[in-house]
Ligand binder design. Structure first.
Ligand code: BGC
Length: 451
């Protein structure tokens, strides 16, 4: 019998698979003064230890430092976002110097062999929009459309993959349900208004991008968490988990498939622009949640918790848990595959300042993704969150998601071991047993079970 030696085994990814990293403008550019997050950071008590984005990763002046490093690790793709407040600093007034800078960034990536994907909205708004009521005001839909039209016309010769809106669910949950991000409201009506306006804006943006750039690929990035009933035998836990899935994911995804606005976003309402408004699905996957029935309607009748015996990333220290649950990625990719569209994992990663968990977590998730691909799912790319440590919203600089360590004070960068590992995976377009033995030997029997 001809037995394949263990070391030659490999989890091979499809040819042309896009490997990359992801960032957002406010988290990396620095000196982003004209949006609501900058204003929010200046007020004490909002951010962990009152930290501020400040210079962030200094991308506005020198993103090229990171592009050079990306090239060094052989990354063929990167997802970045552009900042509405820079491009349209006042309503209807567009700043071509901002566009010039973004053109230089996109061009810089391409010259280094890095294919860009651009997100048009990643949590931040121009201050003028905030003053008008932000995403609660229905006028935002046409305002967003104007900004999208201008931006895509100006950049579409350099970028052909677009994300309209990043994680609408997180934006609304943090700002209007939990009330811990701007505008710090707890408002069920506001929640519905914002979610609805974002959905409508996505549909209009999708159509607008295609008018400006007919061949572009356009989607949105959805934060997909796996909601599992705490006790699967308990009817109320199952219902509570389903309700979260329905409100958080189902109503958005389904509307972009069939154009129907479902309660509470609308009743018997069909929106032509929304129907079939995703050329691909972008999935941001971090962890799973167990859901236990709870009487509190503000928690949507479900209390989320983690597995008591779970393994947690660094964020465990502040009570913000992220559980190692790689199989959730396999599950959601299979679920989203039923819509027959290509899938990109637009974010996946973990906070791990000393990189002692990242290699294993990353390999575990890529293994789960590989299983989904083997079962027939059309996954075209994987973007790790993130390349260089960056400003982590209300966690400030406390959570370190980067393949590359950053000292924000000196701007000094130090690649972590996982950067080299990721580079090896990219070069190989797969995961070899030798690599697993080197970086996470405990996973060998999981990734390459003995015959
Ligand atoms: C967001 C990123 C964020 C990351 C890690 C995602 O929800 O899109 O902006 O930094 O998670 O928390």
């Amino acid at each position: 019998m001809n037995q394949e030696p263990q070391e030659q085994k490999k989890l091979q990814f499809p040819a042309g698979f896009l490997w990359g990293t992801a960032t957002s403008s406010h988290q990396v550019e620095g000196d982003n003064r004209n949006n609501q997050w900058w204003e929010f950071e200046q007020q004490p008590g909002h951010i962990w230890r009152d930290e501020r984005s400040g210079l962030a990763c200094d991308w506005w002046r020198n993103a090229e430092v990171d592009f050079d490093l990306m090239q060094q690790f052989g990354l063929p793709a990167h997802r970045m976002s552009v900042e509405w407040s820079r491009i349209e600093p006042e309503p209807g007034q567009f700043d071509h110097t901002a566009i010039d800078r973004y053109r230089a960034m996109l061009d810089g990536m391409r010259r280094r062999g890095i294919r860009p994907m651009v997100t048009l909205h990643h949590f931040t708004n121009p201050l003028w929009l905030e003053r008008m009521g932000g995403w609660e005001n229905p006028v935002v839909v046409t305002r967003f459309q104007n900004y999208v039209r201008y931006t895509v016309r100006a950049l579409s010769d350099l970028c052909d993959m677009w994300i309209t809106i990043n994680e609408p669910l997180v934006y609304v949950a943090q700002g209007w349900v939990r009330g811990i991000w701007p505008p710090m409201k707890v408002s069920p009506m506001g929640t519905v208004r914002v979610f609805r306006n974002m959905l409508l804006a996505h549909g209009v943006a999708y159509q607008t991008i295609h008018t400006c750039a007919p061949d572009a690929q356009v989607g949105y990035a959805m934060p997909v968490r796996v909601f599992q009933p705490s006790n699967p035998a308990r009817w109320l836990d199952r219902k509570a988990a389903n309700l979260k899935r329905y409100l958080g994911e189902h109503i958005w995804i389904m509307a972009t498939v069939d154009g129907k606005l479902r309660p509470p976003l609308g009743v018997n309402e069909y929106n032509h622009a929304l129907a079939n408004s995703a050329d691909f699905f972008g999935i941001n996957y971090y962890t799973r949640d167990l859901v236990r029935f709870h009487l509190d309607p503000r928690r949507l009748f479900g209390e989320e918790h983690y597995h008591p015996q779970g393994e947690y990333s660094d964020s465990g220290w502040r009570g913000i848990y992220s559980e190692y649950a790689p199989q959730g990625l396999n599950q959601i990719v299979r679920e989203v595959s039923v819509f027959g569209k290509p899938i990109y994992i637009t974010e996946n990663g973990l906070p791990d300042h000393d990189d002692d968990q990242r290699p294993r977590w990353l390999l575990g998730h890529l293994h789960a993704l590989h299983q989904a691909i083997q079962s027939g799912c059309d996954v075209r790319g994987f973007y790790h969150w993130t390349f260089t440590d960056n400003f982590e919203w209300s966690e400030g600089w406390g959570l370190r998601f980067g393949l590359v360590e950053l000292d924000p004070a000196t701007q000094e960068r130090r690649p972590r071991p996982s950067a080299a590992m990721f580079g090896d995976i990219v070069r190989d377009n797969g995961i070899s047993a030798t690599l697993v033995r080197q970086y996470a030997p405990s996973l060998l029997p999981v990734l390459f079970p003995p015959a």
